[in-house]
Design a protein around this ligand. Structure first.
Ligand code: BMA
Length: 856
């Protein structure tokens, strides 16, 4: 097709404001090679002019560069066939304040990194070599200028001027990572000579209520620059997931373009399911535009046939309404996590890196990711992979933790950004909901600027008047309207969190909820998560310090103690909050290695307590008290200390085929989200409840289930044992309460097992809380290693003579364990494998490794 990718040969320099732009361009000094797509700071870093933005000691040295402007320049020639015809410069993403010049003519000025720009330029070409220049000015300066004009607004995280700037908000610095206020063409630039362009291809595939048929509407909108041509031939085809054509039609449009509508009914559609619930068949819809044998435009989209409903209805014995998703009429508990961009420098993000991170989410039995509003509308790769893998996506619009302005020009820019994002993403079956923002209602409420959904939306205040929550107009009017017009089939939710009845956007019985009473103020115990549950928990989290290898990367040197890593923690009072939870729950760690272990154990326990409570509240039928639990946060954008459950997995690591480093919480989450899960929780000292969670996956139906419960003393004597058949029918896609039970001694460790014939289908160990009072002595861990046919893989058999809590195995930096963080009791055998290219000796830590193992 008639396109020229402008990705090679770019140069960049820091703009010298003592010269005019023409003089600066003429000055040969200071030009560096630059990648496109790319950002200026990557070029500076590669040239050795700045230190690595990924190392915490670099930050003070980088800060002055955030106020710099940059010139990108490309000299190129236009191939002859492209010259005759319409030409546009297609800038798929410019971050953020850019002036675009072609051969001395200004083509445009931009201020929204989330928008693609089509700039007509045929009449600006000259003979011979062309010169394309893009001048990027500092987003920080631009934001501060706007702030001067319109007033300072409240934010949590980052410089407050960020609310005026349509740029990924975490670039201004967030509590999980440092600022990187760079600029540049972060998505491709293409010289686009297509004479016919597909403006949009709308193709909703809706499944009937009884799932027996699906209706596919095809609605392409084309623009053509060929007024002299009377007939363009447009072919539309639909292929089933096996590649068989199930529809084909040809029509014609004039050379100026136009629109077509087609509709077809697919009988017995192959349904697309979330991972763990069924397959992910993808239909294909193809459009081709020809003229006299030449293909002028082409597009293929993959579609999934699924029926998704957000259920907001009655919940028995409670006020408020439910918030859960039905997919193909099946209630789905959305266990999952929040996704942030996996690199500080967005153009570095690679498809393999994303694919591996998504596989890690699936390995932890997650079904949903929330693309958080402080990041970006992710790449097509991200959503394509979610479609293929069956991960549901909860998609925020790109706003987070701020009082955004509601004035017209700003809202218009947002409307265009949203329209483009929706048109690009709406065909993805993985995408199940749009949400207006992250925590903007919460910050408004905390400043007494929000009284609930029925109050009036304020008009923008003058700069000298007190700030108001005028940004509400964006979530309740602008975005709602764009979603209604461009994607009416999908749910739109004004914010996360938000409630449609309550004046508290973070209400426990209305809408979704972010649970930060644990970790942030008032630092509630994680054992209390059940009392904090919401109808859909879209955020809750606990920090965990990553491994020594990752810390070393984030510092640029190996840490020799705990205090030196504090610069890697950008969270408000981060190290102190971690310490608070260690003090409440664990014996004191004695050195950096046991400290890392202790933080990861607290994180793992905390998230497990949360998921266990929230999943239990999924209940059944008319008692869906909680529809999902999304951990804050899956991944990291740099090698720092954060709430992530995976350590920073860089594009470079992905390229080198290295594995992801999991924090201990990955394993505890995986257990809590297992399709068949036995839950247990203390009700009072010495009394506990047991329940069974079932995800609906068909292979997991015990035939003759029995429940066995044993009580063990901390030294391992079995003081209590009981086994009974489970006679009650259990709820599929939900929770079956199995009753409560008292123990002869409050300090017993409880082993709960679900048995089916000779098989153990599920196991849970309930430990007296807090763990620091347990008084565990050395469990005498025995590891037996065996070779396997793969020389890099060892099989490890683990046994103990006394109860062991949270055994953590480690080996070389790139070792991958099939399971880890094991609770093991005398008489049990754990068999796992480890793949370790370094074949390093295996080390084991456990709760018993922490010093001062005595009750406090
Ligand atoms: C959440 C997120 C982020 C933040 C996290 C941890 O609410 O939305 O803003 O990183 O809290 O504080």
């Amino acid at each position: 097709m008639r396109e020229l990718s402008l990705s090679q040969g770019w140069l960049l320099k820091v703009r010298n404001h003592s010269l005019s732009l023409a003089e600066d361009l003429a000055d040969d000094q200071g030009w560096l090679p630059a990648s496109v797509p790319g950002i200026a700071h990557d070029a500076l870093w590669q040239a050795g002019l700045i230190p690595s933005p990924y190392e915490s000691p670099s930050l003070p040295k980088l800060t002055p560069s955030f106020e710099q402007d940059f010139i990108y320049r490309l000299r190129f020639s236009v191939p002859e066939p492209l010259r005759n015809g319409p030409l546009r410069l297609r800038c798929e993403g410019l971050d953020t304040f850019a002036e675009i010049w072609l051969n001395g003519h200004k083509l445009a000025q931009t201020d929204n990194m989330f928008c693609e720009h089509y700039l007509p330029c045929a009449d600006k070409l000259r003979e011979g070599e062309q010169e394309l220049v893009i001048v990027f000015s500092s987003a920080l300066r631009a934001g501060k200028d706007r702030q001067k004009r319109y007033g300072v607004r409240k934010v949590w995280n980052g410089d407050p001027s960020r609310v005026y700037v349509r740029k990924a908000q975490h670039h201004f610095g967030w509590d999980f990572g440092p600022p990187l206020l760079s600029s540049g063409p972060w998505r491709p630039i293409v010289l686009d000579g297509r004479s016919v362009r597909l403006l949009e291809l709308r193709c909703p595939l809706t499944v009937s209520e009884d799932l027996s048929e699906a209706t596919l509407t095809l609605h392409p909108v084309l623009h053509g620059d060929l007024p002299d041509i009377e007939v363009l031939t447009v072919t539309l085809r639909v292929l089933d997931p096996q590649g068989q054509e199930i529809f084909s039609d040809t029509d014609s449009l004039p050379g100026t373009g136009g629109q077509l509508w087609r509709s077809l009914v697919i009988k017995s559609p192959q349904l697309w399911w979330p991972v763990g619930h069924g397959p992910q068949p993808l239909y294909r819809c193809e459009l081709t535009v020809h003229h006299e044998g030449e293909v002028l435009e082409q597009k293929t989209l993959r579609l999934g046939a699924r029926r998704v409903q957000l259920q907001q209805d009655f919940v028995q014995n409670s006020d408020g309404e439910s918030f859960y998703f039905l997919v193909n009429n099946r209630p789905i508990f959305c266990g999952g996590a929040n996704w942030i961009p996996p690199e500080l420098s967005l153009p570095r993000i690679a498809r393999d890196q994303v694919a591996t991170l998504l596989d890690e989410a699936i390995a932890a039995h997650m079904t949903m990711l929330r693309v958080w509003g402080g990041g970006i509308y992710e790449s097509d790769d991200f959503y394509d992979l979610c479609d293929e893998k069956g991960l549901l996506v909860f998609q925020d619009f790109a706003f987070a933790c701020g009082l955004y302005p509601g004035h017209r020009a700003f809202a218009d820019s947002v409307a265009e950004e949203a329209r483009q994002a929706i048109v690009r993403l709406r065909h993805h079956p993985s995408l199940v909901i749009w949400a207006g923002n992250n925590e903007d209602y919460a910050i408004a409420r905390s400043n007494n600027l929000y009284d609930g959904p029925r109050s009036d939306i304020p008009a923008p205040a003058a700069p000298d008047e007190p700030v108001c929550f005028d940004g509400r107009t964006i979530y309740e009017e602008t975005l709602r309207e764009v979603c209604g017009a461009c994607d009416p089939e999908r749910s739109y939710w004004p914010g996360s969190p938000y409630g449609r009845q309550s004046s508290d956007p973070n209400d426990r019985e209305d809408g979704d909820r972010h649970i930060w009473e644990v970790w942030h103020s008032p630092q509630r115990d994680y054992q209390d998560y059940d009392a904090l549950c919401g109808r859909f928990v879209s955020e809750f989290g606990m920090q965990g310090v990553p491994s020594l290898a990752t810390l070393t990367k984030g510092l640029g040197f190996p840490p020799d103690g705990i205090s030196v890593i504090s610069g890697l923690n950008k969270g408000d009072g981060g190290p102190e909050r971690i310490q608070h939870y260690i003090d409440r729950n664990l014996p004191a760690p004695s050195d950096l290695a046991t400290y890392i272990y202790a933080t990861q154990l607290v994180q793992a326990e905390s998230l497990a307590h949360g998921i266990r409570a929230f999943r239990r509240a999924f209940g059944h039928d008319l008692m869906r008290g909680c529809g999902g639990a999304l951990v804050w946060q899956l991944d990291d954008c740099w090698p720092g200390v954060s709430w992530s459950i995976l350590e920073h997995y860089s594009a470079d690591m992905a390229k080198a085929g290295r594995p992801v480093r999991r924090k201990a919480s990955h394993y505890s989450i995986r257990r809590e989200l297992a399709p068949l899960h036995l839950g247990a929780a203390w009700q009072t000292e010495g009394r506990f409840a047991v329940w069974l969670c079932h995800s609906g996956a068909s292979a997991l139906r015990p035939e003759q289930p029995r429940l066995r419960i044993c009580g063990l003393s901390p030294s391992g004597e079995r003081l209590f044992s009981e086994e009974r058949p489970l006679s009650q029918p259990f709820h599929e896609n939900g929770v079956t309460e199995l009753g409560a039970q008292s123990l002869p001694d409050a300090k017993l460790i409880v082993l709960c097992e679900l048995l089916d014939g000779p098989n153990r289908m599920a196991k849970t160990v309930l430990w007296p809380q807090p763990l620091k009072d347990l008084g565990l002595t050395d469990p005498e861990v025995l590891l037996e290693e065996h070779e396997t046919p793969d020389p890099l893989v060892r099989r490890v058999r683990i046994t103990v003579t006394r109860p062991a809590k949270a055994l953590w195995l480690s080996a070389g930096e790139d070792a991958v364990f099939s399971d880890n963080l094991l609770d093991l009791l005398p008489g049990e055998v754990a068999e796992i494998t480890v793949k370790d290219p370094a074949l390093s000796p295996i080390r084991v830590m456990g709760l018993h490794s922490l010093a001062a193992l005595h009750p406090r």
